[in-house]
Design a binder for this molecule. Structure first.
Ligand SMILES: Cc1cc2nc3c(=O)[nH]c(=O)nc-3n(C[C@H](O)[C@H](O)[C@H](O)COP(=O)(O)OP(=O)(O)OC[C@H]3O[C@@H](n4cnc5c(N)ncnc54)[C@H](O)[C@@H]3O)c2cc1C
Length: 540
């Protein structure tokens, strides 16, 4: 990047930056992207992992957002069917619910709640149109208990089932980036944008970056700069030395991870909606890989924005609501791990609205020095965010807008069905994990695993991750630290009962052989990983 300069320089390697890089590369721009940490190390590995329209935005009458997200959900099923799975949601209503799904009005005695939810789910199906996963149904109480045996049957008056999609957010981000790279984009993690070189008229001509691993400073000439730094977008605009008009209201969201045995779940791919919380929102209880995710909170503020942590209060809030709706008596000792992330919500400086009420829509904004900032949005709407940002650049270049990525298959899609037949030596949990994580590239992992019995073995007994994936992550996915492998290339940090601490040394040794680490570096990587899990993946 520094040697030749780029047409489009993207700051931030979360899902938004990855989407911009993919779209720009697909249009033939020479693209460079950097993230100051690992790809997806920000919010894009800390979401609920739903590819959804968002039923809770219906009572807020945010119809355009819901419709847009439902179309994008459909496009992901079309362009990378291996990375997103349909998920059924059982939505119960209890006689004591007064404002289910965050309804704007309190329903006296809950009267009309069933009809309101039915109308909402009908609208959801209609908005999805030909992109729908499956139509919602009103179901008898007995069926609701069969699908969600964890539900408390007392006072349960209505039940529905509707459908959305589920993915692995950090694997999705990597896949979008790999798609960009396959189209010629250059990407670098651990490279922070630290400033800009401006022309006499105040236009950005180049980006100053710091390679935080090697400690090198470089300058990358760029015709266009896209700021996709999520909750840090305002800070990035201010690096120009000019004021920023962006107002981001960070809102923290926490998830807890518990064992499947802790919450009686029904058939596979069936989640539960807890329809009303004390602060007027809803919560999800979701089967994810071998575990159950409970989330999320929504609290304004940005105290720990550089290292989001879970507090005792967050744990108490989530468990209290679970125990209210479910036949469980979950306590903090049931929590295997937790993770927190910040929503990059856009607001006007004068807005006093609760963060839960701020729109999840995105915006493309002309920033200082001519940079294009793309902020807000959802994991689900990534493709459209990339498209809208690059359309702004195309407009400046006098080029027509394009929606070419609507049909663009993501890396790993071509040949993914055939790849399944080449994985017959693995047990079924490993097979389906490899396909969900890599699509057709699962065969590359399989190839490495055949090199030795050791590489074909599991990293953690009982979890489907292979040691070969560590090698693949270093060779093909730019893993540079132990946390890159255990937190984002695999999700061992949130799934493993020991959060990967017992295997950290083994994994670091495997990486050492690939990356040329000496013993001291292996020890440093392990120490740094253990510190990260203590600070960010366990309740404090
Ligand atoms: C708790 C929670 C649950 C959510 N659940 C869902 C869901 O289920 N479905 C859904 O659709 N959406 C969901 N979302 C929303 C979605 O996760 C976010 O909108 C999305 O991940 C934001 O991506 P991003 O790329 O804009 O930001 P980020 O992922 O935060 O990426 C920004 C990147 O910029 C980098 N950066 C910052 N400064 C610099 C710099 N100076 N130089 C270089 N790089 C820099 C950061 O390191 C970071 O990696 C959820 C959000 C939260 C918080």
């Amino acid at each position: 990047m520094a040697a030749e300069g780029v047409d489009v320089f993207v700051i931030g390697g979360g899902i938004t930056g990855a989407a911009v890089a993919m779209d720009a590369a697909a249009r033939g721009y020479r693209v460079g992207l950097t993230d100051r940490g690992d790809f997806a190390s920000g919010t894009s590995s800390r979401s609920t992992k739903l590819i959804h329209g968002g039923i809770r935005y219906l009572p807020q009458f945010d119809f355009a957002l819901v419709r847009e997200a439902l179309v994008e959900r459909g496009l992901l099923f079309q362009n990378a069917p291996w990375i997103v799975e349909p998920l059924a949601f059982v939505l119960p209503l209890y006689s004591w619910n007064r404002r289910p799904l965050g309804a704007p009005l309190t329903l006296p005695f809950g009267i009309g709640a069933g009809a309101m939810v039915e109308a909402g789910l009908l609208t959801y199906d209609l908005f999805a149109g030909r992109y729908n996963v499956r139509r919602h149904q009103r179901i008898p109480i007995a069926e609701a208990i069969r699908l969600a045996p964890g539900l408390n049957p007392a006072d349960l008056t209505h039940a529905f089932v509707y459908y959305d999609g589920q993915t692995d957010d950090s694997r999705l981000t990597l896949t979008v980036l790999l798609t960009a790279v396959s189209r010629g984009a250059l990407a670098a993690n651990y490279v922070e944008a630290t400033g800009f070189q401006l022309s006499a008229t105040g236009d950005i001509q180049a980006v100053r970056v710091l390679d935080t691993i090697k400690g090198r400073e470089l300058v990358v000439r760029a015709r266009h700069v896209v700021n996709a730094a999520g909750v840090f977008a305002q800070r990035v605009e201010e690096l120009t030395g000019m004021p920023s008009n962006l107002r981001i209201r960070p809102a923290k969201g926490v998830h807890l991870v518990v064992a499947r045995e802790s919450v009686p779940m029904g058939p596979p791919h069936t989640a539960i909606v807890l329809p009303e919380t004390d602060d007027g929102r809803l919560l999800f209880v979701i089967p994810w890989e071998g575990r159950v995710l409970i989330g999320t909170t929504d609290t304004a503020g940005s105290a720990d924005i550089d290292g989001p942590a879970t507090t005792e209060g967050d744990v108490e809030y989530l468990l209290r609501h679970c125990n209210r709706y479910l036949r469980t008596e979950l306590t903090a000792s049931d929590v295997i791990s937790s993770f927190a992330g910040y929503r990059p919500l856009i607001t006007h400086s004068s807005s006093k609205a609760a963060t839960a009420r701020l729109s999840r829509g995105h915006a493309v904004i002309d920033g200082p020095g001519g940079m294009v900032s793309v902020v807000g949005g959802k994991l689900t709407t990534w493709r459209k965010m990339g498209e809208d940002a690059v359309n702004r650049i195309a407009e400046r270049d006098g080029l027509p807008p394009s929606s070419a990525t609507r049909q663009l298959q993501l890396a790993g899609t071509d040949g993914w069905r055939e790849a399944q037949t080449e994985l017959s030596e693995f047990s079924s949990d490993v097979r389906s994990h490899l396909i969900r994580a890599y699509g057709a590239a699962a065969t590359q992992v399989a190839l490495i695993s055949r090199f030795s019995a050791k590489l074909g073995g599991r990293i953690v007994p009982g979890l489907p991750y292979l040691k070969a994936e560590v090698i693949h992550a270093c060779r093909a996915e730019m893993a540079l630290t132990l946390a890159d492998v255990l937190c984002r290339r695999t999700r061992i940090v949130i799934e493993d009962l020991d959060q990967g601490s017992k295997v950290a040394h083994d994994v670091a040794d495997l990486m050492a052989a690939e990356l040329g680490w000496k013993k001291a570096e292996v020890d440093r990587q392990v120490d740094s990983y253990l510190q990260t899990i203590g600070e960010e993946y366990r309740p404090r």
